[in-house]
Design a binder for this molecule. Structure first.
Ligand code: ADP
Length: 662
């Protein structure tokens, strides 16, 4: 949706992009359980803006020489006016940037955010909303009018942007000011029903909120208040020397980077706050890995695992990699080289004292130190996932269901890490509806079972009903049900899993005697009772169908694997398993149509009747029609389409008609 504009000479009024207006509306009208988070968001933005300018000054002489490198974020409350002003001397924005960054939310996660917000509203779980971070717009939770003034370091103009959060904003060019951004909030007044209303124009409120939400910010957050000659001097932060004798300045945060602190002393809340600050992600971190390495390549890493996968997990242009710091100074966002693609759901940072401050993307690509750090990170993470999967199984299941397919790529790219990966793997299997670990599957293995069997397909429901599972069920042998496309590439090409050979349950050459397990007594009794088709009749039928179904199948034979179904299809001679064929086709690769083999269940009433019919009159056309139906029905059981849908429908109607004597 395009913005409309009514242009006067200098001031433009623009409508918010449709989605922006929707978010604003949702936010303003939902009771934010935690209104104070707006401050964390604005401070976080200010801190990012300073990171950017500080980094650019490393290579930009003009910027360096321009001075103003005393970076800080200043909070100016004014209780009388009912305002709060937040000022930074960061990078600032141009006119176009303000429209792009503030007037639109073009980021990929937005739609997802709106969805979750609506979900939270519907379920009435407002606490959920309070956990979201939503950046600049959160200002409208506490303000009924917001003014942003900004000047980019290299721009010839400044910008003034205002909005009442009601669907439109005004924007105008102004004379260039000093570098940075100043945001003024006209604070909403407490309503009658607001029990725990906090007045953000009060110094003590700001002090408290900053300490709890923004303590780790690496730049000083300075509270600037007008000095009352006889005001009581509340203690609490470093008193900074002020140039203006009428102004009192107090630094509110410790500024010690979180990752430089003792891991034992950092609370879960602090991690959650920091995670949001670092990633701008409203997700909840469920685990972290925080460690330092001393030696050849010294570094500290702080890595987070979130409960939900990032929305851009499969987007080509999605966020990747970690933030890179050099001695507490931010030098690079999304440093892809620090993590392999299959760990792209991990967020966090690395701080290395050995790298130069002006490290470039090109340099990072070739730097041996980065490669060495990456190796350590991979090991630490994979080991941690294994432990986490065991200790926090329920949470890991949630994480796994979203990122499992990505993590499994590791089997393909780093087969030598298999031992590290196995403990974190979870599978759907024929045992119950939930997830199983390899350890659990191994514990349940049957006597005489030497291999792990798997079945691949598009969806669990089809797999669970597959005729291929019938002999496995009879012997209580568990089968892994694989439905992720990556399974074809990664898992089933592994020589072994947890020391066991892995085999396709749909393998045409499978021998029931070799799969292990025992036929339960009830089943074998049923087997005895069931009389197979007359051998001679069946042989004659099979031989005839081989010929008459020549167009449809490569071969026809008596099945060893079927118990309940009349027929099934298995891969023909020299053909890849049907599931692999389907995958190749789904990937747009030409998979030559190879005919499959039709297997018939000698114990099934239909097959017995067909064999008898054939013995009575070998020329009955109905026999071939029914056999053709069996081929299509077997395709459907594999989750595929009948070869010729119209012909299938006609045959079905004919056969059904004949059955009722029509
Ligand atoms: P996010 O920070 O998650 O990207 P925001 O809505 O908070 O989303 O901000 C949108 C963008 O506006 C930021 O990415 C940044 O480019 C710009 N921005 C916000 N605040 C500032 C600021 N104080 N200084 C410079 N740029 C800012």
């Amino acid at each position: 949706m395009q913005e409309q504009s009514t242009t006067t000479t200098t001031t433009e009024t623009r409508a918010f992009q449709a989605e922006t207006a929707k978010i604003l509306d949702l936010m303003i009208h939902s009771v934010y359980s935690n209104r104070e988070v707006f401050l964390r968001e604005l401070i976080s933005n200010a801190s990012d803006a300073i990171d950017k300018v500080r980094f650019q000054a490393l290579t930009d002489a003009a910027l360096r020489d321009a001075g103003d490198h005393d970076y800080s974020i200043v909070l100016q409350p004014d209780a009388e006016a009912g305002t709060l002003t937040i000022r930074d001397n960061g990078i600032g924005m141009t006119y176009d940037e303000v429209i792009e960054n503030i007037g639109t939310i073009a980021r990929s996660g937005t739609a997802e955010f709106v969805r979750r917000l609506e979900e939270a509203q519907k379920s009435g779980d407002m606490a959920l909303i309070g956990r979201f971070g939503i950046g600049f717009y959160s200002a409208f939770i506490v303000a009924d009018k917001v003014e942003l003034r900004t000047t980019r370091h290299d721009a010839d103009h400044g910008v003034r942007w205002t909005s009442a959060g009601d669907g439109s904003y005004e924007i105008e060019r102004t004379a260039a000011g000093s570098r940075g951004t100043t945001i003024t909030l006209w604070l909403k007044k407490a309503g009658e029903s607001d029990d725990e209303w906090k007045d953000f124009s009060q110094a003590w409120v700001l002090r408290d909120v900053v300490r709890r939400h923004s303590d780790y910010v690496t730049f000083p957050i300075v509270l600037e208040t007008r000095k009352e000659p006889e005001a009581d001097t509340e203690q609490g932060g470093d008193e900074a020397v002020s140039a203006d004798p009428g102004v009192e300045r107090e630094t509110l945060n410790r500024q010690k980077p979180l990752w430089a602190r003792d891991p034992k002393e950092i609370t879960a809340d602090e991690h959650a706050e920091f995670y949001r600050h670092l990633t701008h992600d409203w997700n909840k971190p469920v685990d972290h890995v925080h460690f330092s390495v001393e030696g050849m390549h010294s570094f500290t890493a702080l890595l987070y695992l979130a409960e939900r996968a990032p929305a851009d997990l499969y987007a080509r242009e999605g966020r990747r990699g970690l933030s890179l710091y050099v001695r507490n100074v931010f030098v690079m966002d999304q440093c892809r080289e620090l993590l392999p693609e299959y760990l792209r759901f991990v967020r966090g940072l690395v701080d290395s004292p050995d790298l130069p401050l002006n490290v470039s993307r090109e340099m990072v690509q070739e730097d041996r130190r980065i490669g060495a750090i990456r190796k350590v990170l991979v090991k630490k993470l994979l080991d941690r996932f294994g432990v986490f999967a065991k200790e926090e199984r329920e949470t890991w299941e949630k994480v796994w269901s979203e990122v499992g397919p990505v993590l499994k790529e590791a089997f393909h790219y780093e087969p030598n890490q298999q031992d590290r990966l196995e403990p974190s793997l979870l599978f759907r299997t024929t045992h119950g509806d939930g997830w199983s670990s390899l350890e659990e599957i191994a514990e349940r293995m049957q006597s005489g079972q030497e291999a792990l069997y798997y079945l691949v397909g598009d969806d669990l429901a089809t797999l669970r009903n597959s005729p291929h599972l019938e002999i496995f069920r009879e012997r209580a042998v568990e089968v892994l049900l694989l439905t992720d496309p990556i399974d074809h590439v990664a898992l089933i090409n592994m020589p072994k899993l947890k020391g066991f050979e892995i085999k396709d349950a749909a393998d045409p050459s499978i021998d029931p005697a070799s799969i292990g397990g025992e036929v339960s007594e009830a089943d074998s009794a049923a087997d005895d009772k069931a009389t197979a088709a007359d051998e001679g009749q069946l042989e004659a039928l099979v031989a005839a169908l081989k010929e008459r179904l020549e167009e449809s199948v490569a071969d026809v034979r008596v099945s060893q694997r079927l118990r309940g179904s009349a027929a099934c299809l298995v891969a023909g001679p020299d053909a890849p398993p049907p599931a692999v064929e389907r995958m190749l086709r789904a990937m747009g690769e030409a998979a030559p149509e190879r005919k499959r083999t039709l297997e018939l269940n000698a114990n099934h009433a239909l097959i017995k009747r067909l064999a008898a019919m054939f013995a009575e009159d070998a020329e009955q056309q109905q026999i071939v029609e029914i056999a053709e139906l069996l081929v299509d029905q077997s395709l459907i059981a594999l989750g595929e389409r009948p070869r010729d849908v119209a012909a299938f429908a006609r045959r079905l109607a004919d056969v059904a008609g004949a059955a009722v004597g029509a």
